[in-house]
Design a protein around this ligand. Sequence first.
Ligand SMILES: NC(=O)c1ccc[n+]([C@@H]2O[C@H](COP(=O)([O-])OP(=O)(O)OC[C@H]3O[C@@H](n4cnc5c(N)ncnc54)[C@H](OP(=O)(O)O)[C@@H]3O)[C@@H](O)[C@H]2O)c1
Length: 252
Amino acid sequence: MKIVVVGGTGQVGSKLVKTLTADGHEAVAAAPSTGVDSLTGEGLAEALAGAAAVVDVSNSPSTEDDAAMDFFRRSTTHLLEAEADARVGHHVVLSVVGTDRLAPQSGYSRAKSTQEGLVAAGPIPYTIVRATQFFEFLRTIADSATVDATVRLPAVLIRPMAAVDVARALAVATLGDPRNGILEVGGPREFLLPDLIRTALTARGDARQVIADATATYLGLAVDERTLLPGEAAVAHDVRFEDWIIETAAKG
Ligand SMILES: NC(=O)c1ccc[n+]([C@@H]2O[C@H](COP(=O)([O-])OP(=O)(O)OC[C@H]3O[C@@H](n4cnc5c(N)ncnc54)[C@H](OP(=O)(O)O)[C@@H]3O)[C@@H](O)[C@H]2O)c1
């Protein structure tokens, strides 16, 4: 089956293309670097011809509020129009667990919520996959919380997952029937955010001190103990942080 992966050259997208190809599908990586631009619509009609499903794992090049909103609104609108023309039967989009809860304070989350809303209101049967934070994203969280070599983070719960598991979750969702709803996915267990970041930094020989601080924020956002967690119905994926960190630290 032909499946177009928009953002198929990115962190999750490249893993998804690999997973689908290994399963015997014709997975097409669509991105500006492969001649497909969902923001302008360039190359979309050609890429989508004959596709049974489209998976949108693109990301805005800028996470600044207005730029992210413009990206997800225009890009999603172009995709849905092109999919209707090409009679695509399933639109899958990757979103973030907690995006609805964070939207009042986060422009990026408002942009992702808008993306979800356009998909839900659009003409194509759909599945919204909300994933928790990728293991690969933890360094960004640490960097954004660092002042003078000290990382201050709130002692909230987080259930991160490996990008390769996000790709697996998306592959399963894409090959299944459209849910016309939301599927939440996460990693195998919960951590306290400061403990997790301390373990990640230590494994890489990063000497920054990590402190649990009730007044600290997560990426500049106020969060409570459970804001970042998926609901009870979330599908738990396999890759353990403890194994992933050893493997990636060994690779440098
Ligand atoms: N980070 C997390 O912890 C997390 C958690 C849950 C969900 N997510 C979601 O995961 C998604 C993917 O994240 P990622 O880290 O895999 O992204 P990424 O590595 O930054 O990749 C972004 C992809 O989007 C493509 N792209 C950019 N502009 C485009 C355009 N105009 N038209 C078509 N494609 C375009 C890029 O193509 P080029 O290579 O050509 O630039 C690239 O393939 C995001 O939507 C994010 O919200 C992230």
